[in-house]
Design a protein around this ligand. Structure first.
Ligand SMILES: Cc1cc2nc3c(=O)[nH]c(=O)nc-3n(C[C@H](O)[C@H](O)[C@H](O)COP(=O)(O)O)c2cc1C
Length: 269
């Protein structure tokens, strides 16, 4: 995905000149798209063009450059995400961007609570209880991919905790979002919101941006409601980190696998 290929050198001058402050004009973005690359702080960022490639390229990113995401880009991603279908077109869920001192205080509070081993009753259940062995194997493989990329061995509790704690700091991404569900929606509301979330992630990908959903945020719904001045009936679904991936962050080498087609597709009749 990341490249400084000499084959793009002739384009590079053009894109560099026109898109070194990417997305501030439609012309810059259009040129970057033609070239298939944009530059962010001298790094090449691929702009995938086919839908399958966009889906294949997206992966959870947990290390970001400090490069800011322009507000108009964030707004465009949210507008695109809202194209998702929803039952009766109810369009459930809210994205709250958390900035400045609110973000600092929220992260500090969550990290402190987590370090102290303080737990809250979560607003909703995520994982099956008990976890069937087939799913447990996938969970373990995902953890191995993450901690393997970081070079943190299984017995290194401190190393694992240090990475887990980063969830509560939105992985230091330039954009931090908290996603909530209001009005007492049932499971259908989560399904609808999930489609919007994936739309958001894929839209980000088409802008050379990267994301990580943060379910860990849902561990502290009461604290999050307080910090964000949310209504008591707001369900904290997850967080979202958004920004330009740091190509040098080992954690971004994490890659997960998918099960085979015959494990989730069957034909009857
Ligand atoms: C709703 C949701 C919540 C997630 N929560 C976390 C999280 O709290 N921390 C984390 O590091 N990754 C989190 N992830 C990322 C998953 O671990 C990741 O999507 C999965 O392992 C597949 O890898 P990929 O996204 O790189 O394809 C979450 C993903 C989703 C969709």
């Amino acid at each position: 995905m990341w490249a400084r290929s000499s084959s793009t050198l002739c384009w590079s001058g053009l894109v560099w000149a026109t898109a070194s402050k990417p997305y501030t004009s439609p012309i810059r973005l259009a040129l970057a798209r033609v070239a298939g690359r944009i530059t962010v702080d001298n790094f090449w960022v691929s702009i995938p063009t086919s839908f399958a490639q966009i889906c294949a390229d997206r992966h959870s990113t947990r290390g970001f450059l400090s490069q800011a995401v322009p507000t108009e880009v964030l707004e465009q991603l949210l507008i695109t995400a809202r194209m998702a279908p929803s039952g009766a077109n109810l369009q459930p869920g809210t994205f709250t961007q958390v900035k400045g001192s609110v973000r600092e205080e929220l992260s500090a509070d969550l990290v402190r609570a987590w370090r102290a081993g303080e737990a809250e009753v979560e607003d909703y259940d995520y994982f099956p209880k008990p976890m069937p062995m087939t799913l447990r194997k996938r969970q373990v493989a995902a953890a191995q991919a993450l901690y393997g990329a970081l070079g943190v061995p299984r017995e290194d509790r401190q190393g694992r905790d240090a990475q887990f704690e980063r969830n509560f700091r939105f992985f230091d991404a330039p954009v931090a979002l908290v996603i909530t569900l209001e009005h007492g929606f049932g499971s259908g509301g989560y399904m609808d919101l999930g489609m919007a979330l994936y739309g958001f992630m894929l839209a980000a990908q088409t802008h050379g941006l990267s994301t990580c959903a943060i379910g860990a945020m849902a561990s502290y719904p009461t604290r999050i409601r307080e910090h964000l001045a949310l209504t008591p009936n707001s369900v904290v679904v997850c967080g979202m980190a958004l920004g330009y991936a740091d190509p040098d962050a080992p954690v971004n080498q994490t890659r997960t696998e998918r099960c085979t087609l015959n494990e989730y597709f069957r034909v009857v009749g």
